[in-house]
Write a protein that binds this ligand. Structure first.
Ligand code: SF4
Length: 175
């Protein structure tokens, strides 16, 4: 046991150092997102996240938006617990057969006007899981999608840039 524990105390970690996030770019995009949401909705953006069958890699990046480092609530971006309070459904993962009904009902429960954002490569076309017996495919197989954010997984900054593009005046009108 001592042989196992001692190296862990004296040797450096084997993992690579995490890349430093670009704090200035993040603050700029988040502030622009808040301004655009206020212009289009008259208030800040409320997001309901839906995991339709992901590996949870996308969720880790989405959760990072709320952690002490990114702290997106300071820009008014809120994750809400119910689709009834949401402007945006942020859907991750390939849609599994088990989640089809839940995703459809969540879409129905979200009041108009609403947008659907499919986050991650799996949400586009099933990604790594395409062809699995348990998977239907991308999010668009079940509900209409307004914007895809690519990446496996997309970074917090890519997620913010995607949401910003969603609120472009000339982008798809909310349903
Ligand atoms: S896009 Fe990548 S991280 Fe996201 S659910 Fe698929 S495999 Fe996981």
């Amino acid at each position: 046991m001592r042989k196992l524990l001692l190296p862990g105390l004296v040797l450096p970690p084997l993992t690579e150092a995490a890349p430093l996030p670009d704090e200035a770019a993040l603050a700029e995009v988040a502030a622009a997102l808040e301004r655009r949401a206020r212009r289009r909705l008259g208030r800040s953006l409320a997001i309901r996240e839906v995991d339709a069958g992901s590996c949870n890699g996308c969720e880790l990046e989405i959760h990072a938006l709320s952690n002490a480092f990114y702290d997106l609530e300071r820009f008014g971006l809120r994750f809400v617990a119910s689709p009834r309070h949401a402007d945006v459904l942020l859907v991750t993962g390939p849609v599994t057969k088990n989640m089809r009904e839940a995703l459809w009902r969540t879409y129905q429960a979200t009041p108009d006007p609403k947008w659907v954002v499919a986050a991650g490569d799996c949400a586009l076309d099933g990604g790594l899981f395409a062809g699995s017996y348990a998977v239907l495919g991308g999010v668009a197989e079940v509900i209409p999608v307004d914007l895809h954010i690519r990446g496996c997984p997309p970074t917090p900054l890519q997620l913010l840039e995607g949401l910003l593009a969603l609120l472009e005046p000339e982008s798809a009108t909310a349903r």
